[in-house]
Write a new protein. Structure first.
Length: 746
């Protein structure tokens, strides 16, 4: 609709007019209602002047909205600004004052332009405004953006289409944890070339982290036909504080330099490119509750892709760091790319080395990724070793290391291998980075054979065990709280055979050991193992041991027992400590059967019956042992001794022949053996027994009488190496030494 009230002659027609349009549209843009009202003045020669106040209500500009970038993957600050700008552009009301001259001089002047969007966003142009003529376009004024929870923006400038200058100020603006400010902003336009300088300071979250107080000296150049550039020469960039996952970084800065004099970043159309060196990068911070420092040698940083989907990469960045008591280094490569779903950072780690008080890690390598706030490590591998002069373990490899950090929780899995590739164990676990608590599980199933021995795992096994054969299964559950690691576990032995320095060959070890504090090698009481056999010089079968591990250096023997020739040998309870060089065992002998003893050791020419009890104190020191005051005593009902060998008669007197005849069948009432000496040296055995003969003896009188029931007392001392003592008994065929020591009781 158009209304006009004009008067005067045609050459001087003047008056007022008003117009209203509904549904005005152009392409993707449309206005709900447009109103204009003003004055018109015609002059001679076809010249005209008019002015108008224009108001467009409900303007929807899809064209402007499509210029906004996607919010996916943007830092939180940028995402907020894009969202609020998009909201403001959904519906805009425009007002402006326009005056124009048409004729010999054509001129259009726009002033007092204001745009009011949603959430009370106001963009206002004040000052001289914009003026267009066929020869030039000029600008002189101030543009202000206010409201809508957007930063305050002021642009004040003056110039023409061919050149101009001005000042820009943004903020300071803060919304929650996000902040933005542009200070000392200035722009200059010359022909088709424009430059802008200033200092940007911002705080924002991104992916799984955030940065506070990021300061960027800004130098931007635009060319209408050839794109633009950022930076001119070396630029110092820094921040006050940053966080990635749970790692906190203190204030840090670095210098960015182009490879040759010129800008840092350039773009052409929608494509961006940059090549720069980063120098002087160093930082301090806190990771997992521990302070650390890190620095990087000068490295190259490349930027490519498009403005909507930039790509940033760096290769072989040498990083060194320290976090008491650790220090280390690594080479890192990374590539960051922005896609429709957000930023993704992928990279590789190599030449990892870390030195701690009890572990040295080296030759570490693997792949890592950061996407949607999740950090992932894949197929990593690292060698570990104990740096002490007497290492607790031989060099190992952690292979197939896979881990994820999601919502401050680390989960992972790794395989433990020997340096030769033999698999030892699998480790899985999780760790809360915020609470500094976690748990892990370790499992292994080892089959010892010539190709795998304990000495291959730890040199501490040297001289203790060898020739190990059999299956050992281990399961452990670990708990982590701060700097403390605790855990429980079980070790299952199934038919394990081995050789030991102290006990000789040991066969058929079966049982399960349960640990209530794995790190301290501590167990509850009453752990049980069964040993099929061992031979410390005497074959011992069917051994049962009940014990408790009291830590790395002590074990409590609760009961150690085995059957022996019809009786039982039992070691009394004792505690063995590694720092005590002398160890004492007391072995109780209960019900040893003489007849079975003679049969087991195949002692020739001797028969015996009876039961014996006693005690054998054993003292070990520096891998040598001795019997100290051992005693075996026959039970009260005695037994029978019967020597059936031959003894030369010519060398004996009457008393000797009498004793010899008595030993043909002697019913003893008492028999006592006393043992002393070194197990690796000479054992002195004192044998005392009394009894009566059961075979008739010649009395030695002139009458040819033969008598039984005569009392005898024997005292015998045997000296022999312990390991051949039983062999001596087994070959016992000459009783003359015993007979010479015997005499009838008075």
């Amino acid at each position: 609709a158009l209304d006009a009230a004009l008067e005067g002659p045609p050459a001087g027609l003047h008056g007022h007019w008003a117009a209203s349009l509904a549904g005005l549209a152009h392409g993707l843009d449309r206005a709900g209602r447009t109103d204009a009202a003003g004055s018109l003045q015609l002059a001679a020669g076809g010249a005209a002047h008019f002015d108008a106040a224009v108001a467009a209500r409900g303007v929807q500009s899809a064209t402007l909205r499509t210029l906004l970038p996607s919010r996916a993957g943007l830092p939180t600050l940028a995402a907020k600004l894009v969202a609020r700008a998009d909201s403001a552009l959904r519906r805009v009301d425009l007002t402006a004052h326009i005056d124009a001259d048409v004729g010999r001089v054509t001129r259009v002047h726009v002033a007092d332009l204001a745009a009011t969007g949603a959430a009370n966003v106001i963009v206002r142009l004040t000052g001289g405004g914009i003026e267009w003529t066929p020869d030039a376009t000029t600008f002189d004024g101030r543009v202000m953006v206010r409201g809508g929870e957007l930063p305050m923006i002021d642009v004040a400038g003056a110039g023409t289409a061919s050149g101009g200058h001005g000042l820009i100020t943004v903020g300071p603006w803060r919304d929650g944890g996000d902040a933005l400010a542009l200070t000392s902003g200035r722009f200059d336009v010359i022909g088709g070339y424009a430059t802008a300088t200033g200092t940007v300071r911002l705080s924002s979250g991104f992916g799984g982290g955030r940065v506070d107080g990021l300061t960027l000296p800004l130098g931007v150049a635009f060319a209408r036909s050839s794109g633009g550039a950022i930076g001119a020469g070396c630029t110092r960039v820094g921040f006050d504080h940053a966080r990635i996952a749970t790692t906190q970084f203190a204030a840090s800065a670095a210098t960015l330099c182009p490879p040759r004099p010129g800008p840092l970043v350039t773009w052409q159309g929608n494509h961006i490119a940059a090549a720069m060196t980063v120098d002087g990068l160093g930082t301090r911070g806190v990771a997992d509750g521990r302070a650390f420092s890190a620095s990087a040698r000068r490295f190259a940083l490349l930027i490519g892709g498009t403005l909507a989907a930039p790509e940033i990469s760096m290769s072989d960045v040498e990083i060194t760091g320290a976090s008491d008591p650790w220090r280390g280094s690594a080479r890192v490569s990374a590539r960051a790319a922005r896609t429709s779903s957000g930023w993704t950072v992928t990279g590789a780690l190599s030449a990892l080395r870390g030195v701690g008080p009890s572990v040295v890690a080296s030759s570490g390598h693997g792949r890592w990724r950061l996407m949607n706030g999740v950090v992932t490590v894949d197929d990593a591998d690292v060698a570990v070793a104990d740096p002490s002069p007497t290492p607790a373990f031989n060099p190992l490899h952690l292979t197939g290391v896979n881990g994820r950090v999601v919502s401050q929780t680390l989960t992972g899995r790794a395989t433990v291998e020997l340096a030769n590739g033999a698999r030892l164990a699998t480790v899985t676990g999780s760790y809360d980075l915020a609470k500094r608590t976690g748990r892990g599980e370790l499992s292994s199933a080892l089959t010892f054979a010539p190709a795998l021995q304990p000495i291959d795992i730890s040199g501490l096994a040297r001289g203790l065990v060898a020739n190990v054969a059999g299956k050992v299964t281990t399961a452990a559950a670990l708990e982590i709280a701060g700097n403390k690691v605790t855990g429980t576990g079980t070790v299952r032995l199934a038919g394990v055979n081995l050789a030991t320095a102290a006990l000789g060959p040991v066969t058929g070890i079966d049982g399960t050991i349960t640990f209530d504090e794995l790190a301290l090698l501590h167990t509850p009481p009453h752990q049980m193992l069964h040993i099929a056999g061992l031979n410390p010089g005497v074959a011992i079968d069917d051994v049962s041991v009940r014990f408790q591990l009291l830590g790395r250096d002590a074990v409590a023997i609760e009961r150690l027992a085995w059957p022996f020739t019809g009786g039982t040998m039992t070691v009394r309870p004792t505690v063995l400590r590694a720092d005590v060089p002398q160890r004492t065992f007391t072995v109780d002998v209960d019900g040893l059967d003489a007849e079975q003893f003679v049969q087991r050791f195949q002692i020739k020419n001797l028969n015996a019956t009876g039961k014996f009890d006693g005690v054998l104190p054993l003292v070990f020191e520096r891998s040598k042992g001795r019997i100290a005051g051992g005693m075996l005593i026959a039970r009260a009902n005695g037994g029978l001794l019967q020597y059936v060998g031959e003894v030369g008669q010519a060398s004996m007197g009457a008393a000797g022949r009498l004793a010899f005849d008595a030993l043909r069948r002697l019913r003893y009432r008492t028999l006592k053996l006393q043992l002393d000496g070194d197990l690796d040296g000479e054992i002195v055995t004192a044998i005392d027994f009394t009894g009566t003969n059961e075979v008739p003896l010649a009395t030695g009188s002139r009458l040819p009488l033969r008598a039984t029931g005569l009392p005898f007392k024997f005292g015998v001392t045997v000296r022999a190496p312990f390991r051949s003592l039983l062999g001596t008994a087994a070959s016992f065929s000459d009783a003359r030494a015993v007979i010479r020591a015997a005499k009838p009781l008075e």
